[in-house]
Ligand binder design. Structure first.
Ligand code: BGC
Length: 749
């Protein structure tokens, strides 16, 4: 039996209109028909415009809005259970189901708390984490990923999916960094755009989050973010701007944090002025869970849907009808405190999303847990892993020569997909690294396993057994890293440092001493400090949280069936204190205020401009083959809605294995009117090449690629002058370079 949220949802959503032949209405799987209430529309009335699929969305919205009572309108702007809004059976408005999250459709919880609902039909495909997806640098995979989430959401009867996260990775300590795409606004924008298009092509609304800035977990509920306008526009807003203007996302979630003193969920500046005003957003803004604190501010600040939790035993304990946008809002309208036009605007936005996702019409049916979805999860995992070090071609391991391998580490057998909070997925299976290795090579190789370290406490026996196993084997694979425990990639809790927990650093050093063919595999989000063991490690592979097929993907990379092609989307500092928010002492904020003192210099922008050598730079990743860049040409465009210039070059695979290279394009402006970072990513392309193959690659650059935001002009300025076009294999490995002269200065408002 499936849980159905509110009393309205619980009473079957039978649309009298449908029964009376007044339009086609599709019932949810869990809804059973009951006789229509007596007060329904007369039998003879023609199909109302809002049920007529031939009518434009705005006509349907206005028609339905016009039929709604005050109470019914109010019911559409706040939650009626943890993840739903109320139905209006009289009008055939179904209850809306909302769910996390970025990595797969979350298991059903609630209705009034975070506990599992105990269903047996809420398994879903567990995808690699978003930091893994971004590390593929493959936009087709972002679309495919979104498509899986969209199809599974439909099959699971969800209307809005709370993803993707496009928050910028400002500090590597962030407890949710594994859910982020990384530190660069351009890469975040492109990944988010394709993900959203994939989701929304399935009649499901994506909800991009957290607008605008939830860059740390420490103090997220109280922290007041402050940054200069240029930083806001150039670093933190672009992924949201692309989601709204290019992907036409239907929902946006306000962050827990405050922005310049206003709660993000109803910040007049962020929502009314920028999102709805400048960008023309037509969809709905929802609050993060229980991130609303005032009816008046929410009403005027642009919040359209208040979501949250019944927090029992605290002063904030309130039934859903007492939510700020529920009875208090209704009473305020009756008293004349709030104009009904503001309620109408909020309802319109909610209804628009319902019509856009065909809630009242024939909808795409979706599919769940299919082999195709699992294959997509595996492909993404395979393309996401980043080879950080590979001395003397330690990898790939040659299965024809190696007779025994010692697999070591708790993460080799641990299931990580279910953790944590909204980012976890209840999945049918999860292939662990050990299972993946045994499945691939177990029949012709002796595979041993020893835990080596443990979350419960590492003792000397564990370490000794692991070292002995490593000593006796031809190769050792240590699967180390983080695990979603508190402070180790966990929503609500930032990490406290960047070192590996549970004595893993010592273990790694001992195992390396015992076996010179040792591979260190890191599970977790970026980044970690690797001193002092990195210098001695023959090979290091960053594997992220690779999802339900992750063990298979990992084994195929370790043994050479797949050539790694992932690249970092976050700079790995040698030490935490060298990354900007920490070097400048602005993390975690003082007295509830967080000033983004580093401004534009986030991630590699800081390391490059300040000339600090990172451990591994943004965009870095090795391959089992080699690539050669040549023949760069800058082809001028027509500049009428097309590219201003296109960088064209040849890329060749000069090694003996097939592989893929991510070519990265950065720009540097000579003598800019306002100071700019040393280089900024403005384009990239992932190119697959057979051994010896050469391809001509084109990366177009539009006007915005050259622009900076000038607060004095409230617009994006591309200045006439010289720009260096830098093409490289990473942000610190530029292979080709040429100068482009932009003829004219333009300002885009
Ligand atoms: C998170 C959101 C999530 C929501 C619902 C919040 O704690 O910040 O990202 O979508 O919970 O689970």
């Amino acid at each position: 039996m499936k849980f159905v949220g509110s009393s309205l949802c619980r009473s079957p959503i039978v649309f009298g209109l449908a029964l009376l032949g007044l339009g086609t209405v599709f019932l949810r799987a869990q809804d059973k028909p009951v006789p229509p209430p007596a007060q329904l529309l007369p039998v003879a009335e023609p199909t109302p415009p809002y049920l007529d699929t031939n009518q434009p969305i705005e006509t349907r919205v206005e028609d339905l809005l016009g039929r709604m009572t005050l109470e019914e309108k109010i019911s559409q702007v706040h939650a009626d259970s943890k993840f739903s809004t109320a139905a209006i059976p009289r009008l055939g408005v179904p209850c809306r189901w909302i769910d996390d999250g970025p990595h797969g459709v979350r298991e059903d919880v609630g209705p009034y708390n975070w506990r599992s609902a105990g269903h047996t039909d809420d398994f879903a495909t567990s995808m690699p984490s978003l930091c893994a997806l971004a590390s593929t640098w493959n936009l087709d995979l972002a679309t495919a990923y979104g498509n899986v989430i969209g199809q599974e959401s439909r099959k699971r009867d969800k209307d809005i999916i709370l993803a993707p996260i496009v928050d910028i990775a400002r500090t590597p300590l962030s407890g949710r960094i594994y859910e982020y795409f990384g530190e660069d606004p351009f890469l975040n924008s492109r990944m988010g755009l394709n993900y959203i298009e994939g989701v929304q092509s399935n009649d499901v609304a994506a909800c991009v989050k957290h607008f605008a800035g939830n860059n740390q977990e420490n103090g997220r509920g109280i922290i007041n973010m402050n940054m200069d306008e240029r930083t806001l526009r150039e670093i933190y807003l672009p992924p949201f701007e692309a989601a709204v203007k290019e992907a036409r996302v239907w929902a946006v979630m306000g962050a827990y944090t405050k922005f310049r003193g206003e709660h993000c969920a109803y910040s007049d500046y962020l929502i009314n002025k920028i999102l709805n005003g400048e960008w023309g957003f037509q969809g709905l803004v929802m609050s993060d869970w229980s991130a609303t604190y005032s009816t008046r501010e929410a009403v005027f600040g642009g919040l359209d849907l208040e979501m949250g939790t019944l927090i029992t035993g605290t002063e904030r304990e309130r039934p859903y009808e007492d939510y700020y946008l529920a009875n208090p809002f209704m009473e305020g309208i009756r008293n004349g405190d709030y104009p009904v036009s503001l309620l109408d605007d909020k309802v319109r936005r909610n209804l628009r999303v319902m019509f856009a996702t065909h809630v009242f019409d024939a909808r795409k049916p979706g599919s769940l847990n299919t082999p195709e979805h699992q294959a997509t999860a595996q492909r993404i995992a395979e393309e996401s892993m980043v080879l950080l070090k590979n001395n003397d071609n330690t990898l790939p391991l040659d299965a024809t020569k190696i007779k025994s391998v010692a697999v070591i580490g708790e993460n080799a057998v641990r299931h990580n997909a279910a953790g944590f909070f909204g980012a976890g997925v209840k999945t049918m299976h999860e292939i662990t690294p050990l299972e993946g290795i045994v499945e691939l090579v177990g029949s012709n190789m002796n595979v041993t396993y020893s835990v080596g370290y443990s979350k419960q406490g590492t003792d000397s026996n564990m370490v000794e057994r692991a070292v002995t196993a490593a000593h006796q084997a031809d190769a050792a694979i240590i699967v180390a890293g983080l695990n979603h425990s508190r402070y180790l990639d966990d929503e609500g809790w930032d990490r406290t440092n960047l070192t590996l927990p549970y004595g893993q650093g010592d273990l790694i050093q001992k195992v390396i001493r015992a076996n010179s063919r040792t591979v260190v595999v890191l599970i977790g989000g970026p980044a970690i400090e690797m001193d002092p063991w990195l210098a001695r490690a023959p090979a290091v592979l960053q594997a992220w949280y690779p999802g339900m097929e992750g063990g298979r993907a990992l084994a195929r990379i370790l043994f050479g069936n797949v050539n790694p092609s992932g690249k970092l989307t976050v700079t790995y500092p040698k030490q935490l204190m060298e990354s900007p928010a920490h070097a400048l002492g602005t993390y975690p904020g003082t007295n509830g205020t967080l000033f983004y003192k580093e401004g534009l210099l986030v991630g590699y922008r800081w390391f490059d401009t300040e000339d600090i050598e990172p451990e591994f730079p943004f965009g870095f990743g090795l391959s089992y083959t080699t690539f050669e860049y040549s023949n760069l040409k800058l082809l001028p465009g027509q500049n009428t809605n097309g590219p201003v210039v296109t960088a064209q070059f040849d890329l060749a695979n000069t090694g003996s294995r097939a592989g893929a290279e991510v070519a990265e394009l950065y720009i540097h402006q000579d003598n800019p009117g306002l100071t700019r970072p040393l280089k900024e990513l403005k384009g990239f392309k992932k190119v697959f090449l057979k051994p010896g193959e050469k391809k001509t690659v084109s990366i177009p650059l539009d006007e915005r690629a050259f622009a900076f935001y000038d607060p004095s002009q409230n617009g994006w300025v591309s200045e006439a002058g010289d720009f260096e076009i830098l093409l490289g294999s990473s942000s610190r490995d530029i292979r080709l370079q040429d100068t482009f002269h932009l003829e004219q200065t333009t300002v885009e408002k």
